[in-house]
Ligand binder design. Sequence first.
Ligand code: KG4
Ligand code: ZN
Length: 342
Amino acid sequence: MKEKDVYILAIESSCDETAAAVVKNGRDVLSNVISSQIALHTLYGGVVPEIASRKHIENINPVIEQALLDAKMELSDVDAIGVTYGPGLVGALLVGVAEAKAIAYAAKKPLVGVHHIEGHVSANYIENKDLEPPFLCLIVSGGHTHIVVVKDYGKYEIIGRTHDDAAGEAYDKVARAIGLGYPGGPKIDKVAKEGNKEALAFPRAVVEGCPYDFSFSGLKSAVLNYLNQAEMKGEEIVQADVAASFQAAVVDVLVDRTMKAAKDLGIKKIALAGGVASNSALREGMKEACERRGYKFYKPSPIFCTDNAAMIGAAAYYEYINGVRDGLDLNAIPNLKIGQRK
Ligand code: KG4
Ligand code: ZN
């Protein structure tokens, strides 16, 4: 007998996107509405938490209404409400969590809290219907750089992590230093296409004794030192070459550590997740490395890499069918760890 379809209304508000989506059985996206605040925060060179919270409050109801409308559904048709409850900016998270609790209470629907990064990983399920755990996932976002073994749905083991900056953070800082502004990642990605990635030799840091770990602070300092010295000597700084050479150093390290982990653990399915996963050089580098070794490579489309609620709906579905339910005491947890429940 065919099992009953499960529809999740998902809400995401952990940083600067207010998003809602309706997802069927964890894999079919019926709607995916994202209201981005990027233009607003660009004025300040980065996300201003207080402004983000206020904007979420303004946007959240219309975004949810649009998500239901696009999916041609009423609130009464959904089976559960999924919501990001951490990690992220506490004021921003609280808007989504409070909204989800109010809807769950009023519509008498189960509530499922979702870890934002587990959402990023689950974005891979949306377009890759054949992807099932176990697989290895490189998570690269504004706040996280991890290599995780996805052992089963909702079961993660972190085997590699950054010791300082996250990959996205390094992109954003270097972009600011070379005058590209915010948001740095996509701008470096674009400008680097015009540059020579071998123009400047930036370091590829190895973390002694931790074969799958990362460190990007030395790379960031090397770029800043190069810029200072070039300026002092009156040398011309070619923005595209700096961007391309910096990006090559990041991508080399990300691909190298992931391939090392895959080989050591004997895992032949590799996925990418997080905002930096939409980086064209990283996607290309990872694809080539996987092809060379006969590994299967999975990545979400860019729209599912940056923050969105469809990925939260995918993660919430697997939690829901595993029996996870949250009460109206669900709270925002800004530093929630992967695999942690409340
Ligand atoms: O996952 P995400 O949207 O938000 C967090 O959960 O942190 O990631 C945002 C990060 C930012 O640092 C942004 O600069 C970076 O992802 N990013 C990129 C690209 N698109 C976004 N980095 C490199 N290349 C890109 N194309
Ligand atoms: Zn994110």
